[in-house]
Design a protein around this ligand. Structure first.
Ligand code: MV4
Length: 480
């Protein structure tokens, strides 16, 4: 195991990683920006190194400053958390060049999977079913129109370099396609310096189901089941649960086993998440793979009893996987909700400020991951995640009741500070959510967003799995 790990992140995830290191007897060093000098992670770490001003570009995204901090403290490894540099293959490479273990997959694997178009190609080759659409980037608007005609409208134009919902445009009619194509390319160029895009059929009334995998550096892997993350607003998740509800165990097993096969096939190492859409016919479609620990990882920890950050550290240290698949048992249901300092009444706009009161919930099977405390100041600089409230119970109904109880206990107040708690309460009260029969359309419905996704006509014949010879770049053709 490592002697010292450098934590290249902030907020609740910096604390989460710090705690895992402590439990494994690993010394901790944390980098911080001027805005985080008084943070809990800085206070608790064995060492803390200031690397720049509040601006994340000059602090948590400053690879050179982070590598220099690692050198100063004599760290052998860098844990990137989520966000910031966690999925940056160049940063992983820079770490390697400086003799540091990046806690994540090898840089080449990260690079191949960060490109969603390349990830689609690799996973398709591994036998995973893809969302219908192009695999290679689509070079012209005319080619985009051909793919769209082949798979049927609505379609979604996605940036190859995007991810987590960034750089994508839904197109409902052929007349909108050219403009959406041109715009998405321009936006992708501006955001990622890479204007390649591809086109998929836009699946409405689908569920976002993801699979947690752990793969070691010796070719072994296990999956830790599924999570449902369909409750999202503008691709910010609000509520997550494990396992995905209201799907037959056999379907969930197939998705999880298929995901693990894909991860092992592409040489994945570390903790990873494969995202799928599950349609109304319970067909699943690979979307993308995330090469980092995710915000919602605690729900998987609660149903498996496995500490994912411990496992990340062991895998990075070269230890063979400590679990066999048959030792992993899913027990009960865990639900997480994110408490952000945002005002749901004003379009979820961030409401930074000083927390005059901050009393998180407690009680049985109730976990709160937070970096906040009474009197602390939530600044405007970074994302507005304040706390994750995670509960476990033997069944879903009891877990939801427990989460409601916990949220009702949560006392957060400060001048101008709002939280997403009232909105999450509405989700938990929703009849479809309660039944576990909800899709990615739930949040828009609660918000009364007009022109929400059109109901997708159910297809009686399952879509063909193989590519057509005429347009080999299209994975599925329209079935109507
Ligand atoms: C989609 C999709 C429907 N069809 N792709 C969003 C995040 C990114 N990882 C993938 N995402 C989606 N991709 C196709 N072809 C639906 C989502 C999606 C979503 C869309 C609208 C509102 C909420 C959503 C929640 C999860 C996923």
């Amino acid at each position: 195991m490592f002697e010292t790990v450098l934590i290249a992140n902030r907020g609740e995830i910096a604390l989460r990683v710090l705690r895992a290191c402590r439990e494994l007897g690993v010394r901790t060093a944390v980098v911080y920006s001027a805005a985080d000098a008084d943070s809990a992670a800085v206070r608790l770490a064995d060492q803390a190194i200031r690397i720049g001003p509040a601006s994340s570009r000059r602090s948590y995204l400053n690879a050179a400053a982070i590598v220099e901090a690692a050198r100063q403290v004599g760290a052998q490894a860098v844990h990137p958390g989520y966000g910031f540099l966690s999925e940056d293959a160049d940063f992983a490479e820079i770490c390697a060049d400086n003799g540091l273990t990046f806690i994540g997959p090898p840089p080449a694997v990260m690079a191949a999977l960060a490109d969603k178009s390349s990830a689609r190609a690799l996973m398709s080759r591994a036998g995973l079913p893809l969302s219908p659409g192009s695999v290679a980037p689509v070079p012209t608007a005319a080619a985009a129109a051909e793919v769209a005609e082949a798979v049927g409208y609505p379609v979604i134009v996605k940036a190859a370099a995007g991810g987590g919902g960034r750089g994508m445009t839904v197109v409902r009619t052929p007349g909108e396609l050219r403009r959406a194509y041109t715009r998405t390319r321009a936006a992708a160029q501006a955001a990622f310096g890479d204007d390649r895009v591809y086109v998929e059929r836009y699946l409405t009334e689908a569920r976002h189901v993801e699979v947690q995998v752990l793969c070691d550096s010796h070719g072994n892997g296990v999956h830790l089941g599924t999570r449902d993350c369909s409750v999202q607003r503008r691709h910010q998740k609000l509520v997550e649960e494990a396992p995905a509800p209201a799907l037959p165990a056999a379907v969930l097993d197939t998705i999880a086993e298929t995901a693990l096969r894909g991860a092992l096939d592409v040489g994945f190492v570390g903790a990873g998440t494969l995202e799928f859409l599950v349609d109304a016919e319970e067909q699943f479609h690979f979307l993308e793979i995330n090469c980092r620990i995710q915000v919602e990882h605690p729900v998987t920890e609660m149903v498996t009893g496995i500490d994912l950050v411990h496992e990340q550290l062991h895998i990075a240290a070269g230890v063979p996987l400590r679990w066999r698949q048959e030792e992993i048992r899913l027990r009960g249901v865990a639900v997480e909700c994110r408490v952000n300092t945002e005002d749901p009444e004003r379009g979820f706009t961030p409401t930074p400020g000083r927390l005059e009161r901050f009393t998180p919930p407690g009680g049985p099977f109730t976990r709160v991951d937070t970096h906040a405390s009474a009197g602390c100041v939530i600044g405007p600089w970074y994302d507005s995640l304040l706390a994750k409230v995670v509960v476990w119970a033997p069944d879903r109904e009891s877990a939801l009741n427990r989460l409601e109880r916990a949220l009702d206990e949560f006392d957060v107040a400060g001048p101008g500070v709002h939280t997403t708690i009232p909105f999450v309460r509405r989700v938990l009260d929703d009849a479809a959510f309660r039944k576990g029969r909800y899709t990615t359309g739930l949040v828009d419905r609660l918000l009364g967003v007009p022109g929400g996704p059109p109901a997708q006509r159910p297809t009686s014949t399952p879509a063909p799995r193989s590519a057509s010879a005429a347009t080999p770049e299209v994975t599925h053709r329209r079935t109507r």
